[in-house]
Design a protein around this ligand. Structure first.
Ligand code: GLU
Length: 496
């Protein structure tokens, strides 16, 4: 069997969009599944819109997602001579022709065709019938021209097999003689893309259904260039709840891969979310390890119908598709601690909360702590925000527990420091001794133990909820607990 060769050919005109990331992921999965190759090709022929920053952003995004490639990055502009040679070959072999019609002439033709209600599609082929002498004459008169592809004349059909959509057919007469070289001599993307795919020996093209009109024309180019057709698989589009294409203009940063990185998503969890936007395994599984997904992935199971990116701009509860968040939470809870640790490290470093001792002397403490607190977290960033009190003495106490558990009982200004002194005096600070001291104090004061315990949670962690209180105390350690309990008065408004 010939080796499968897939490609991801982004145009570097913006950041890596989740649609682009999904395309890259599907191609990568299929290359890995079949033991083939993934080629990264930067389609930078649009020199006005392509930027270095965008290229870097795409490379960083792929690296973050864990999508690696086997060849490239190749740059389309490095192969301009091949694109020009291909256009020349099409001209030489009579599969293309020079068209001298001006913009004004084309416009007038279009209007006339519309008025006459002709069913001719697009360009009326005037220049297709020029004799070589007429062409030479126009050229020597210095008239500018574009090069058009000569769509076969017969009333046949062009056809290809699409792994997702089945056999696709289109009558030749439905395709106009399309332009392959602009009047400035630059070949169009449509041609460059095919020339590159032929040179790169691409066997499978997996891309969005929005490229299907290109595919119809490109199939003709493959035939004219005498190259075998690759296998096509057109993926559904990703739409919003109102069935509009998701875009930066309407949806903002949530369509960019870097948004998920900045918001503390686990890269593979995000890939797991992306793959389900347009593919399903055929059963009810949703969570896949890398190996499981490579094993399960097939082009045939790519959905035909469009997928929905479920994002409600005005719902503050969800800052992106809740499914992306829920998958991330599931990974966060189940992930191997050794795999989770470096991801948490990255976030803590970014927030200035990291301590190198977490790698050796305090490694065990660190792993235990992240394991204990991860249960309620949604993203990696929560380790630095909701979990801040575990890594720093500077944390904010949330307003809700502050009001509910602390300010309501001004006597806590005495009670908690009393408890702090008892904790200092304990021969050993253990789960049992800490709990017993708290309960004894409540009993002496004739109050519910919950009052002490909830206040303690608020003062020690800043949070309303979390792991078991006495586990927290052991993790944070006697000295820090004692100093936070002693400082409770600082949380009350100053008295005059
Ligand atoms: N550069 C094109 C894009 O970013 C690639 C299209 C293709 O996959 O052929 O949309």
């Amino acid at each position: 069997m010939t080796e499968t060769r897939l490609r991801f050919p982004p145009s570097p005109t913006g950041y890596l969009h989740i649609g682009g990331a999904r395309t890259a992921l599907y191609n990568w999965l299929y290359a890995r599944k079949t033991g083939g190759k993934l080629i990264l090709r930067i389609e930078d022929t649009d020199t006005e819109r392509s930027t270095q920053g965008s290229i870097q952003g795409i490379l960083d995004g792929l690296e973050w997602l864990g999508i690696d490639w086997d060849e490239g990055p190749y740059f389309q502009t490095d192969f301009s001579h091949e694109h020009i040679a291909a256009a020349q070959r099409l001209l030489n072999e009579g599969n293309a022709y020079k068209c001298f019609c001006t913009q004004e002439e084309l416009k007038a033709k279009r209007e006339a065709a519309m008025a006459a209600k002709q069913d001719q599609v697009g360009y009326d082929r005037t220049c297709r019938h020029l004799t070589p002498e007429q062409v030479a004459e126009k050229e020597s008169a210095g008239l500018s021209y574009v090069v058009r592809f000569k769509v076969p004349d017969s009333d046949g059909i062009l056809a290809y097999e699409d792994k997702v959509l089945g056999r696709i057919e289109r009558r030749y007469s439905e395709t106009e003689d399309f332009v392959i070289v602009r009047s400035n001599g630059k070949p169009l993307y449509l041609l460059c893309n095919v020339v590159d795919d032929i040179r790169d020996r691409i066997t499978h093209i997996v891309r969005g259904q929005d490229h299907m009109t290109n595919t119809a024309r490109q199939v003709l180019l493959y035939e004219a260039l005498g190259a075998p057709l690759p296998v096509f698989a057109h993926m559904p589009l990703t739409l919003d709840l109102k069935k509009a294409k998701i875009s930066k203009r309407s949806h903002g940063e949530i369509v960019a891969v870097h948004f998920y990185r900045e918001h503390g998503f686990i890269p593979w969890a995000f890939c797991n979310f992306l793959v389900l936007l347009g593919w399903s395994p055929g059963d009810d599984r949703e969570i896949f390890s890398r190996e499981e997904l490579i094993e399960a992935f097939t082009l045939e199971r790519i959905n035909r119908s469009n997928s929905i990116f479920n994002y409600r701009k005005d719902d503050p509860k969800f800052f992106t598709d809740p499914k992306a968040i829920s998958i991330n939470e599931q990974y966060l809870r189940a992930m191997d601690l050794d795999e989770l640790a470096p991801l948490v490290q990255e976030v803590l470093e970014r927030e200035g909360l990291w301590n190198d001792a977490y790698l050796d002397g305090r490694r065990e403490w660190f792993l235990h702590t992240i394991d204990m607190i991860r249960d309620r977290f949604h993203t990696l960033n929560d380790f630095a925000s909701l979990g801040r009190a575990y890594f720093s003495d500077e944390f904010t106490v949330e307003e809700k527990p502050l009001k509910k558990n602390v300010l309501k009982h001004p006597d806590l200004k005495e009670w908690l420091p009393t408890l702090a002194e008892r904790y200092m005096a304990l021969p050993e600070f253990t789960l049992e001794s800490a709990e017993q001291a708290a309960r004894e104090l409540a009993e002496e004061l004739d109050i519910k133990p919950g009052i002490i315990i909830n206040a303690m949670r608020t003062v020690v962690t800043g949070q309303l909820a979390g792991p078991s209180m006495f586990d927290i105390l052991m993790t944070i350690g006697r000295n820090k607990v004692v100093s936070r309990l002693r400082a409770v008065a600082n949380l009350f408004p100053e008295e005059n």
